[in-house]
Design a binder for this molecule. Structure first.
Ligand code: PEP
Length: 249
């Protein structure tokens, strides 16, 4: 099974998100081979609920770990399930970097998502400095150790891990697929060490994936799909990506 997770970030206006939720239903693919998950902004989730039709699925880009209370500006796990979300992105590097989201916060979100029966899409990845100084693996291992602390193998089976090198996000230049293969292998190995024998639902790659390069990742060993930002925000490009994944998976 391959995954294409579309992270629309804050790129689109309300009417554009509504239209893309609708138009994405025109993209045809074999749901036994591929899952297409749209992640609009919170305020567009009502459109997702009304317009996204099976086999397409959808999720949120963020949430808060508490179930209810005085948390100004936040959305609870139940708010997402009320909108029939099945997925939630957690620990995206834009949140870790711009909003100081820590591994401790990410861990609480992963646990809260699992309790609410949402599929966490846990993002991990190194900065350019960490890669250039030979510390990429160490950084990713540290994030996995911290973010997955205390979980059982059964819980880890319900998590999608997105390997997203911070320096490749929105950069127009993805990592070399061979490097992605190696990191994906090490991610699986690390998770199996953290919780003996644990295997995540999927390990996907994210960072400047588009219709020109998605094939290289889809055919790469151990890459179960892609988290796509910018290139998922236009219908034609999203359709091309799905068509290519469908063809090569
Ligand atoms: C992302 O937002 O997770 C991402 C990978 O963005 P982009 O595809 O634009 O690099």
């Amino acid at each position: 099974m391959k995954y294409i997770l579309a992270n629309w970030k804050m790129y689109l206006r309300e009417f554009e998100q509504a239209a893309l939720c609708r138009r994405a239903n025109l993209i045809k693919y074999d749901a036994k081979k591929l899952r297409l998950v749209l992640c609009p902004s919170h305020f567009a989730l009502p459109y997702a609920k009304n317009f996204v039709k099976k086999p397409n699925e959808y999720g949120a880009q963020n949430f808060f770990w508490e179930s209810r209370g005085a948390f100004t500006g936040e959305a609870s796990p139940q708010d997402l399930t009320d909108f029939k979300c099945h997925y939630v992105i957690i620990g995206h590097s834009e949140r870790r970097t711009l909003l100081n989201e820590t591994d401790g916060m990410v861990r609480k979100k992963v646990a809260a998502a699992l309790s609410a029966k949402l599929t966490p899409i846990l993002c991990v990845g190194e900065t350019l400095d960490e890669r250039n100084s030979g510390h990429a693996l160490e950084r990713v291992r540290e994030e996995l150790r911290e973010d997955l602390k205390g979980l059982t193998a059964e819980e880890i089976k319900r998590i999608i891990v997105a390997y997203e090198p911070v320096w490749a996000i929105g950069a127009g230049q993805p990592i070399a697929p061979t490097e992605a293969v190696e990191m994906h292998r090490r991610i699986r190995e690390t998770i199996g060490e953290i919780v003996h024998g644990a295997v995540p639902q999927a390990v996907i790659y994210g960072g400047s994936v588009d219709a020109k390069n998605v094939r290289d990742f889809i055919i790469a060993e151990g890459v179960d799909g892609c988290l796509v930002g910018g290139a998922s925000t236009k219908f034609d490009s999203l359709k091309q990506i799905v068509d290519i994944v469908q063809k090569y998976s």
